[in-house]
Design a protein around this ligand. Structure first.
Ligand SMILES: C[S@@+](CC[C@H](N)C(=O)[O-])C[C@H]1O[C@@H](n2cnc3c(N)ncnc32)[C@H](O)[C@@H]1O
Length: 300
C-alpha cells in the first residue's frame, strides 16, 4: 500500500513536472523545484551551519546549495546533469553573492563522491533514495541527510514533518513531507563493562544487533539476564536494559559516546528517588555487522 502510494506520487511528480517546466531536468528524474519554504525548513531540520559542507544531489536551479550558503554560511556543492539548470544555478549564486562558497558540477549524482559531505539533501524518486542509501550509511557518523517527499525505505527517519505548502502542485499537491536522518556509528557487536553499584563491581555484557540507527539484543548484568534496546544518533548512544532480579523488574538507562571500540558515558541505575547516576564505559570485544535490510537493492 505504502509502495503503491509512493509510486503514484512519483508518477504524479513526473507528469506535472514535465508539463510545468520548459527545462525538464536530465537523468533519472525530471526537474521539480522544492518550494523555498520547504528548503528553509529542511535546512533548519538538518541544523545546517557555517561548519557544514552540504551536497545537493540533483541540484536543479541551486536553491538548496544557495540557501545553505546564504542563510547558514555553509559551503555547498550541487550536482546535476542538466546544463541549462547548472547555468541557472550559477547565475542565481552570482545574484545572491555566494559564489565564494558554492560550486555546481555537471555530474551523475550516483557517481558523485559524497564522502566529504556533512549534510546531504535530496528531492529524488524513492528508488533513487534507496540506491543511494548504502553509500550514505558509509558516511562519517553524524552526517545528516534531509529529503523532500520521499524517504529511504526501511531506514526510518529520525525526524519527519508534514508541511502545508499551497504553491506546491506536484506529488501530493499542497503538502510536502520532509525527512531527516543522522548517519549512525556502528555499534553492532559484543560490549563488556563493569559498573560499581553500592561498592560492588558488577560485570555487564551487551550483545548489540543494529538495524540502521536501532540497537537491541540480550544483556547480562552479574547473574541477571535482560534485554537491551536503544538508538544511535551519530556517535551518541542511548539504550535501556530491562531484566528481572529477585522477582522485580529492574531497569537501567545508559547513554554515552562511541569512539572506535570504546563507549564512555553515564548509567542511571534504579528508579525514582533511589536512582543513582554512575560513570560508565564499555569495550567492544567482538565487532558485528549491520543487519541487512530486506529492501536493499542489488548492487549494480
Ligand atoms: C526533482 S529535481 C530537484 C531539484 C532541487 N534539488 C530542488 O529540490 O529544488 C531533481 C533534479 O535531479 C536532476 N537529476 C536527475 N537525475 C540525475 C542524475 N542521475 N545525476 C544528476 N542529476 C540528476 C534533474 O536534472 C533535476 O534537476
Amino acid at each position: 500500500m505504502k509502495a503503491m502510494k509512493q509510486s503514484l506520487l512519483a508518477l504524479c511528480m513526473a507528469v506535472v513536472a514535465a508539463t510545468a517546466h520548459a527545462q525538464t531536468g536530465v537523468g533519472d528524474v525530471v526537474y521539480v523545484p522544492t518550494p523555498q519554504l520547504v528548503v528553509d525548513e529542511m535546512l533548519l531540520m538538518g541544523k545546517v551551519n557555517k561548519n557544514d559542507y552540504l551536497i545537493d544531489l540533483g541540484s536543479g536551479d541551486g536553491r538548496f546549495v544557495i540557501t545553505a550558503a546564504k542563510k547558514h554560511g555553509a559551503k555547498a556543492l550541487g550536482v546535476d546533469l542538466d546544463t541549462f539548470l547548472l547555468k541557472m544555478a550559477n547565475e542565481n549564486a552570482r545574484k545572491e553573492g555566494v559564489t565564494d562558497r558554492v560550486t555546481f558540477r555537471e555530474q551523475n549524482l550516483f557517481e558523485t563522491d559524497i564522502s566529504a559531505a556533512t549534510v546531504v539533501s535530496t528531492y529524488l524518486l524513492p528508488e533513487m533514495n534507496l540506491r543511494l542509501r548504502s553509500k550514505i550509511m558509509k558516511l562519517k557518523p553524524g552526517t545528516r541527510v534531509v529529503a523532500h517527499d520521499y524517504s529511504m525505505g526501511d531506514w526510518y527517519p529520525d525526524e519527519q514533518k508534514t508541511l502545508i505548502v499551497p504553491e506546491k502542485k506536484v506529488g501530493n499537491p499542497g503538502i510536502s513531507y520532509i525527512f531527516h536522518w543522522v548517519v549512525p556509528a556502528l555499534a553492532a557487536g559484543v560490549w563488556q563493562s563493569t559498573l560499581n553499584i553500592d561498592g560492588k563491581d558488577v560485570p555487564y555484557e551487551f550483545t548489540m544487533e543494529q538495524f540502521f540507527q536501532n540497537i537491541d539484543g540480550p544483556a547480562r548484568a552479574g547473574g541477571v539476564t535482560g534485554e537491551m534496546r536503544g538508538k544511535m544518533n551519530g556517535e551518541n548512544i542511548r539504550f535501556t536494559i530491562t531484566g528481572k532480579a529477585a522477582q522485580k523488574i529492574v531497569r537501567h538507562e545508559f547513554e554515552g559516546r562511541l569512539a572506535g571500540e570504546t563507549i564512555t558515558g553515564l548509567a542511571r541505575i534504579g528508579e525514582g528517588a533511589g536512582a543513582k547516576q554512575v560513570a560508565w564505559n564499555a569495550k567492544r570485544i567482538k565487532r558485528g555487522d549491520l543487519v541487512r535490510a530486506q529492501d536493499e537493492p542489488e548492487a549494480k
